[in-house]
Ligand binder design. Structure first.
Ligand SMILES: NC(=O)c1ccc[n+]([C@@H]2O[C@H](COP(=O)([O-])OP(=O)(O)OC[C@H]3O[C@@H](n4cnc5c(N)ncnc54)[C@H](OP(=O)(O)O)[C@@H]3O)[C@@H](O)[C@H]2O)c1
Length: 315
């Protein structure tokens, strides 16, 4: 084969591979987002166990997960810091789904050791079908890491976003593997997939979620336990206070419903369809775009978001 023919052959082969890969991705997107559930595929949560546990369950995405799981006829354990808010959400769920049992556990995940004794004692009494590790906090938005004045906040975010996930998985996994049934949903963030200067510690905690969750999934798959990693983009909650509900930043109910529809169909997902498209392109950008270009874009993006947030709070 002459040099020219060889180059032509390589070019066409590369194009064919890219076309086949793109076609696969489009079909996979349509299946996991729209068709899978309609065809009755995915996980029957009721068959995994009668109880669902949700951390960070009194607001935002966690509250929406709790409501959707109750709607799926699972009893729910709500875990957050504030007893009054916990009771309010428990009452809301009980008034809507009278046959559902709701338990509340008030703990602060910024604490490290002691709370896990309480959680282990309480959760070991229940047959847990699904755990949603949703709790998360954010510090130092738009600040240089070295300029964060809140020393305790650095410990708090690692305890809340990282340690809580590892310890909660460690508590429920023995009963799930023993029964060869169970689902754990670990909520990360799209920030784990892109450079996040000026959001450094938050992005890093979410990178832990990605690595930990994916490796754990591989470890327990053969034992009948499904671990799903979810990387939301913006969702219109208190945490993303600058965002109004829209296609780019869905209402948390919309986000939680879409994510639960992907259970058993996708091990790593962004949950909601517009976020899935973002995840696809960020993964692609990480491959094709030089890191310093992505960093420049991220600094501009987070700078603009900080300005918008400051403008909103000064109104
Ligand atoms: N919203 C977004 O745009 C977005 C994007 C990507 C990823 N995420 C991730 O999604 C998850 C949920 O976020 P969200 O936006 O729904 O947050 P949110 O609206 O701020 O709600 C956080 C929930 O966690 C509880 N919580 C906070 N700190 C806690 C602590 N130290 N101990 C116990 N409970 C605590 C809060 O309840 P109390 O205050 O009553 O304790 C509340 O129920 C987080 O992991 C977040 O990182 C969010």
């Amino acid at each position: 084969m002459s040099g020219c023919c060889l180059a032509e052959f390589v070019g066409w082969s590369a194009l064919a591979i890219i076309a086949a890969n793109s076609l696969y991705n489009v079909c996979h997107f349509i299946y996991t987002t729209f068709l899978g559930r309609l065809l009755g595929h995915g996980i029957d949560l009721k068959s995994c166990g009668p109880w669902a546990v949700v951390t960070g369950a009194t607001d935002g995405i966690g509250k929406s997960f709790a409501k959707q799981l109750a709607a799926a006829r699972l009893n729910v354990v709500l875990i957050s810091r504030n007893s009054t808010k916990l009771q309010k959400v428990a009452d809301e769920i009980k008034s809507e789904y009278s046959s559902i049992q709701v338990k509340t556990i008030a703990v602060d995940f910024t604490e490290s050791q002691k709370i896990y004794n309480t959680l282990r004692d309480e959760l070991n009494k229940l047959q847990i079908g699904i755990l949603v590790n949703n709790v998360g906090m954010l510090i130092g938005f738009g600040q240089r890491f070295g300029n964060i004045e809140d020393d305790k906040g650095i410990h708090d975010i690692i305890n809340c976003n990282v340690l809580s996930m590892a310890r909660m998985c460690h508590i429920v996994l023995p009963q799930m593997t023993q029964r060869k049934k169970g689902v754990i949903v670990n909520v990360g963030s799209l920030t784990s997939t892109i450079p996040t200067p000026y959001l450094t510690i938050y992005g890093a905690t979410k990178a832990f979620v990605d690595k930990f969750s994916r490796d754990l999934a591989a470890e327990v798959k053969s034992l009948g336990v499904t671990i799903q990693t979810v990387h939301p983009g913006y969702v219109a909650t208190n945490m993303a206070s600058h965002m109004k509900p829209s296609l780019v930043s869905p209402h948390p109910d919309t986000f939680a419903a879409a994510t639960l529809n992907t259970l058993g169909l996708e091990q790593r997902t962004a949950g909601y369809w517009t976020h899935k498209i973002q995840l696809y392109f960020t993964d692609l950008a990480n491959f094709f775009v030089p890191r310093h270009v992505l960093e420049k874009g991220a600094i501009k993006h987070f700078g603009e978001l900080k300005k918008a947030a400051l403008k909103k709070t000064s109104r």
